[in-house]
Ligand binder design. Structure first.
Ligand code: WTA
Length: 659
């Protein structure tokens, strides 16, 4: 966080009160802050009983005696899929549309009611049972944005089988390590999805991930989406539609203990190895349903809600599957990209489906700004009544544009701060209560206690910056790092004893409202996706031509941050790279290598071949200096550099720039 950012924020004085009509109908009310402060546990117990159906009620709300390992609603039992599907059908809402699916090819739409969903999840659960899946077994899901992704997740939840969804944009390598880490018995995938107008195969990555035979995967269930030719391993691969057809139509959801793991989701941290964050069923479901009600203000009878995230990220887990479905909401699910077949696709969907609540990411908003406001102007966006933002800090310009151009100056905006680890929204305005400020996530929601502290863990006064922490346990908090309890303690609970350290920098303004400024650790945020500098560095170094690599996140007007890599070549490769034209080829080769190791999202925007990297005397790469170079700034203080001439070498010899 630079002095300049802080100074700019100081000047932000605009505030927007909720429109009166919005406030009178809002689910989130001012009283909730007072109620939660008066008795936090009683407050959460009330939310738990309001939003979730328990097959066995709980008697204890929180057990924090084994901190930082929490137990929420410990002796309660429930089933997440029953909550998200069955009970809406039982309540007579079977005809309500659960998912308006919009495929990427034009005209490819499908409406799925809660009754349809109920029929599907029962068959899918039975199909998984037929493959030997039971409570406690793990299932990997590697699918694009199609309804079967939600069905697959819910079918696992129905059995108490934790799912591990791997984002469809990750490579075979990344899939392999995740499948291995959770010891998945079954992988659910599909032949392919549609991406920018073309079918794009997915199953080959699964075949590659499993080809070494060193995983516990026995069966691969394959959804037929595109109908493209698909290589088949007899005995291992089964078509999803055939397995469902062969399965019994009725299945009773299995109640699990509140603390039973619902899912594992990998996210980047400061080391090269992604962390398997895992969440418990009860607390996760409670906080997701509650926040989807009070922050997104979902009214299931009347709203059409649309969260544009991919199901492969936590936002898709929480605010496509478990939050809205637990409330019984109607939502849009879109398979494709915002510019296929034209740059007005999102706005066309809002108009056609009469979307009332839109939840998207700042990087998308900045892209729409770049494309121009005449594009959304061609569509009727008057159905919208609330806008949300998530994934990275939203700059005031983008916030104002979102409000004016998309929200017609009438929709409140909720800027929601949370993480894979927090499981659900933590800091956000309540849209019917808060006077929002462009760019601020405002205050912790009722029931959550966040703060900004200095190096010593002391709460900073208003007007100052520091580290974002959470003071008390919350229901949707991660229960750990899969298979690595020590890493859980070290990463989140050791920097400031007794507090959860989020890894973000933040500032409290003069009113005490929170402005999240971004990561303070070696994690980058590219288009709202978390990437670790170390992970990309190890991917680069695993290429035979690379001796050493340093990766930094440089500011980027559209994606927030962009991956910039500095590499030192092995001597054999140096001569080759000096040949005319070879440098660019090498850079292309390295970018492709990163895509193969991690996935296309991790491809560096720029790769600079250098002779030296700036290091401290203890050998630590000084990424701060490299960031200056990547952002074309005057290079900062180099006094701790072991050899200060290194920076001159880098600045003068920027060969092989791949941008
Ligand atoms: C960033 C995504 C500012 C932050 C839900 C956090 C945000 C990381 C916001 C988590 C926001 C998320 N304002 N920054 N409203 N929301 N972030 O795990 O740096 O993919 O630590 O979860 O995204 O990313 P993750």
């Amino acid at each position: 966080m630079t002095e300049q950012t802080l100074a700019n924020l100081m000047q932000e004085t605009r505030t927007y009160a909720p429109p009166r009509e919005f406030a009178t109908q809002a689910n989130g009310t001012a009283d909730q802050y007072a109620a939660a402060t008066a008795d936090r546990e009683a407050f959460w117990a009330e939310q738990a009983r309001t939003y979730v159906a328990w097959s066995k009620d709980f008697t204890q709300v929180l057990d924090w005696s084994d901190a930082p390992f929490a137990t929420w609603f410990g002796d309660g039992e429930l089933n997440a899929c029953y909550n998200a599907v069955d009970r809406h059908v039982e309540a007579g809402h079977g005809d309500r549309v659960a998912i308006h699916f919009v495929g990427e090819p034009e005209g490819d739409t499908r409406d799925i009611t809660y009754a349809d969903l109920h029929a599907e999840v029962q068959r899918a659960a039975n199909a998984l049972v037929d493959l030997g899946i039971g409570k406690g077994d793990t299932v990997a899901i590697y699918l694009p944005m199609i309804p079967e992704a939600a069905v697959a997740m819910l079918a696992c939840a129905r059995l108490g089988a934790p799912h591990s969804v791997v984002f469809g944009g990750f490579s075979a390598e990344a899939l392999h390590s995740r499948v291995q880490d959770v010891q998945a018995k079954v992988v659910i995938t599909c032949d392919g999805g549609y991406r920018r107008g073309k079918p794009s195969a997915l199953k080959p990555a699964v075949d590659t991930a499993l080809e070494h035979g060193d995983t516990s995967v026995a069966k691969v269930l394959v959804v037929r989406r595109t109908g493209q030719d698909t290589a088949w391993t007899d005995g291992r691969d089964l078509w999803w539609h055939e397995a469902l057809e062969a399965a019994a139509p009725e299945h009773t959801a299995i109640p699990v203990e509140a603390e039973h793991p619902l899912f594992i989701l990998y996210t980047s941290g400061t080391t090269g190895k992604p962390k398997g964050i895992f969440h418990a069923t009860g607390g996760y479901l409670v906080q997701n349903a509650y926040t989807n009600a009070v922050v997104h203000d979902v009214h299931p009878e009347t709203d059409v809600y649309w969260c544009t995230a991919d199901i492969g990220w936590v936002t898709g887990h929480s605010y496509i599957v478990y939050g809205p479905m637990t409330l019984g909401a109607t939502q849009v699910m879109y398979e494709g990209t915002p510019d296929t077949p034209h740059q007005g696709r999102f706005w066309e969907i809002v108009q056609d489906k009469k979307v009332t609540i839109l939840y998207t990411a700042p990087t998308a908003i900045r892209t729409f700004m770049k494309w121009g406001e005449d594009i959304p102007a061609k569509f009727d966006l008057s159905s919208l009544r609330l806008l949300g933002s998530v994934g990275e800090p939203i700059n005031p310009e983008a916030w104002m544009w979102y409000r004016r151009v998309i929200g017609g100056d009438r929709c409140p905006i909720v800027d929601t701060w949370w993480q894979t680890e927090t499981g659900a929204i933590m800091i956000s305005p309540l849209p019917g209560v808060s006077e929002t400020k462009p760019g601020s996530a405002m205050q912790p929601i009722p029931g959550v206690t966040a703060d900004v502290v200095d190096d010593a863990g002391q709460s900073v006064p208003n007007g100052s910056g520091g580290y974002l922490v959470v003071r008390d346990p919350w229901p949707a908090m991660l229960r750990g790092v899969w298979g690595d309890p020590q890493r859980y303690q070290d990463t989140y609970w050791s920097r400031f004893p007794g507090m959860y350290f989020a890894g973000d920098g933040a500032k409290k303004d003069e009113d005490g409202d929170i402005w999240v400024l971004g990561r303070v650790d070696d994690v980058m945020n590219v288009s709202g996706h978390r990437l670790s500098t170390t992970e990309i560095e190890s991917a680069l170094v695993s290429h035979p031509k690379v001796a050493e690599a340093a990766v930094v996140g440089a500011t980027d007007a559209t994606t927030g941050q962009a991956v910039c890599a500095f590499v030192i070549l092995r001597s054999e490769a140096v001569a080759e790279a000096d040949e005319p034209g070879e440098g660019a080829e090498l850079v292309a080769e390295l970018r492709a290598h990163v895509a193969k190791e991690i996935g296309p999202i991790a491809k560096p925007r720029q790769i600079m071949v250098v002779q030296e990297l700036p290091k401290t005397r203890s050998g630590k790469i000084m990424r701060r200096l490299l960031r200056d170079v990547a952002e074309n700034r005057e290079v900062g203080d180099v006094t701790t550099l072991a050899d200060s001439s290194v920076m001159d070498l880098i600045k003068t010899g920027l060969g092989g720039d791949g941008s």
